[in-house]
Design a protein around this ligand. Structure first.
Ligand code: CA
Length: 227
């Protein structure tokens, strides 16, 4: 799942980026309101962590503009001001939840997970299933044939992407941007290595094979394709 952090303070933003990345999320960080607003309008995120006080345009305006444009991405507000007026304003503008600074990271993570479970339209899938492979997005757990499979954060994100796009060929460029947050001209060997490791875990000891290489195009997860 992909999260956008819009926060200008270097310490807080780095702390959030690191913590959320370690928790298995793909994270984009914007330190300016306008940059964040642009990213929110051009990329697809599962959630936005939005600071209220930003040096250029403030969090209120970003949120208002997103909602007016029909963007229903869940938004968690960060506010340094422990003021009821602020909280009410944020919620009225369409924020889904807020945290008052300073906060414990564990608290933020719990809020993020709750918002993701609830989802933008209340219908987000938190459990993905293909054949006997199951991915529990909330518990961060993978199972195949009832056996628990240990995945790294990147392997989990990769498998999640493949499962969300079951039976679709995913180009390496798309995988790179969604899982590694990098451009296609970066070292795509990283993707092939990760796919090999993921196969060793979810396919080698099981039938049918689910991850398929589509020569010259990319990768696909599908239960019905012959190897
Ligand atoms: Ca700030």
């Amino acid at each position: 799942m992909k999260i956008l952090i819009i926060e200008d303070e270097p310490k807080t933003s780095e702390y959030l980026r690191q913590g959320l990345t370690e928790a298995g999320f793909v994270v984009d960080l914007a330190r300016k309101g306008l940059d964040g607003h642009h990213l929110a309008n051009t990329e697809t995120y599962d959630l936005i962590v939005l600071d209220v006080m930003l040096p250029d345009i403030d969090g209120w305006r970003i949120l208002k503009s997103l909602r007016e444009a029909g963007n229903q991405v869940p938004v968690l507000f960060l506010t340094a001001r422990d003021s009821i007026v602020d909280r009410v304003k944020g919620l009225e503008l369409g924020a889904d939840d807020y945290l008052v600074k300073p906060f414990a990271f564990a608290e933020l993570l719990a809020r993020v997970r709750t918002l993701l479970r609830r989802g933008a339209a209340g219908a987000i899938d938190t459990r993905l299933t293909v054949a006997d492979l199951e991915l529990d997005l909330m518990r961060r757990r993978a199972m195949r044939s009832g056996q628990r499979i240990q995945l790294t954060a990147k392997e989990f994100a990769l498998l999640e992407l493949l499962m969300r796009h079951e039976s679709e060929v995913l180009p390496r460029s798309l995988i790179a941007s969604q899982v590694w947050d990098m451009n296609f001209d970066s070292d795509t060997n990283v993707i092939d290595v990760a796919i090999r490791r993921l196969r060793a875990k979810i396919d080698d000891s099981f039938e049918p094979k689910l991850i398929h290489t589509v020569r010259g195009m990319g990768y696909m997860l599908d239960a019905a394709t012959e190897a």
